[in-house]
Design a binder for this molecule. Structure first.
Ligand SMILES: Cc1cc2nc3c(=O)[nH]c(=O)nc-3n(C[C@H](O)[C@H](O)[C@H](O)COP(=O)(O)O)c2cc1C
Length: 368
């Protein structure tokens, strides 16, 4: 039903308008107690075998929604209602900012992909922190908070901007993500170089510890698929050195070549990050490489081109403890997470692994 709806309604709307409309509907349904209970029962089924422990947190399932869909923490319960067992909000920047001029989001329907150059449009860390503070959660969801640099802040002062966000947002976060991999903020990805990343992650760790006493907020870094293999290794080594809790691999790619894109050149030539199916293989490759390097010392989160349960299962076998997606949600709609949970549970049951934790990284061990 959703594919038809997508074709008849959403695909005719500007992608960003369609997004805002979808968020509005999700929020609306989640506001009506009877309705949300019914929808959650149908779409967020609980499979006992998918229970997961990661980052010191207990989750119903390893599958969640990647950053960027709910930048301002407007629809967390609605997204939990649709079956996302963790929701990563953001990217939130130190200060509010409008993002890039529109049009800045493009559909590549035939490629099951998107290109975006949103540029961290968000209400800023103070407003989002206030919204989270005022929130009374309806569903128990793990809440990730993804932070990034305000565009006008120069690269040399990036750490202070991240620290501001961390201090405000860590108290509300189950885990915190330092995003240094969006292609749409000039210079941001330079922060992935270890000489810049080490002091940045250290400063954010200290800020989170200052802001939250009594528990340790897990800290993760999100990296780009466009890093050279040696740079992926360098981030992995740094994560181990700093005792970082996790690495999220990957963000969108600036690559276009060799991905077999079918969309018109006028669309593929749009500046921005490409996400969805064409990103699948590179994201998986980066994940494998990270796992080979860090083993179980750092929790890995697999994201990029995950469309179905088989994709999610392959990420788990490659070393991901958690998996996330975004673009396929646009194309597959509200039943997407449900299908992934069902398929993952079935795969685990018919696998040689007793638990999901046993399956994590099993591929890599087999080939070692
Ligand atoms: C429209 C759009 C906006 C995004 N915004 C963010 C963001 O603000 N912060 C971030 O870390 N990732 C952002 N992402 C990247 C996703 O979180 C994810 O890493 C990427 O899309 C790959 O996953 P997918 O192929 O399942 O979409 C965005 C992606 C899209 C499509």
């Amino acid at each position: 039903m959703y594919p038809l709806f997508f074709r008849l309604v959403f695909s005719r709307l500007d992608p960003e308008r369609a997004h805002h409309l979808a968020v509005r509907w999700i929020r609306l349904v989640a506001r009506v107690p009877v309705l949300r209970t019914f929808v959650a029962a149908a779409l967020a089924p609980r499979h006992k075998e998918l229970r997961t422990e990661a980052l010191g947190l207990r989750l119903h399932s390893p599958f969640g929604l990647a950053a960027g869909f709910d930048k301002n923490a407007l629809a967390i319960d609605g997204l939990a209602m649709l079956g996302f067992d963790h929701v990563e909000i953001g990217t939130v920047t130190g200060e509010p900012q409008p993002g890039n001029p529109r049009k800045r989001l493009f559909r590549l329907v035939q490629d099951r992909a998107l290109i975006n150059r949103m540029g961290f449009n968000n209400e800023g860390s103070a407003a989002v922190a206030a919204r989270l503070a005022a929130r009374t959660p309806v569903f128990r969801t793990v809440l990730g908070v993804n932070i990034g640099k305000t565009k006008v802040v120069p690269e040399e002062e990036a750490a202070a901007d991240y620290v501001k966000s961390a201090e405000r947002l860590a108290p509300h976060a189950d885990y915190l993500v330092v995003n240094v991999s969006s292609p749409n903020t000039p210079g941001l990805r330079n922060l992935q170089a270890t000489q810049a990343l080490r002091p940045l992650l250290t400063a954010v760790r200290e800020a989170a510890d200052r802001a939250v006493t009594g528990r340790r907020v897990p800290l993760l870094v999100k990296i780009a698929p466009d890093l050279a293999d040696e740079d992926v290794d360098a981030v992995a080594d740094l994560a181990v050195e700093l005792g970082l809790d996790g690495i999220i691999a990957t963000n969108t790619t600036v690559a276009r070549e060799g991905l077999g894109l079918r969309a018109a050149p006028s669309v593929t030539a749009e500046t921005g990050g490409l996400s969805g199916a064409p990103l699948k293989e590179r994201s998986l490759e980066v994940l494998r490489r990270l796992h080979a390097r860090v083993g179980d010392r750092v929790t890995l989160v697999g994201v990029g081109g995950i469309e179905d349960a088989e994709d999610a299962w392959r990420r788990i076998l490659a070393g991901a403890t958690l998996v996330q997606g975004y673009s396929a949600f646009i194309y597959q709609g509200p039943f997407w997470a449900r299908g992934i949970h069902k398929g993952l549970a079935a795969r685990l049951r018919s696998s040689p692994y007793a638990t999901l934790a046993d399956a994590v990284g099993a591929d890599v061990r087999k080939h070692a």
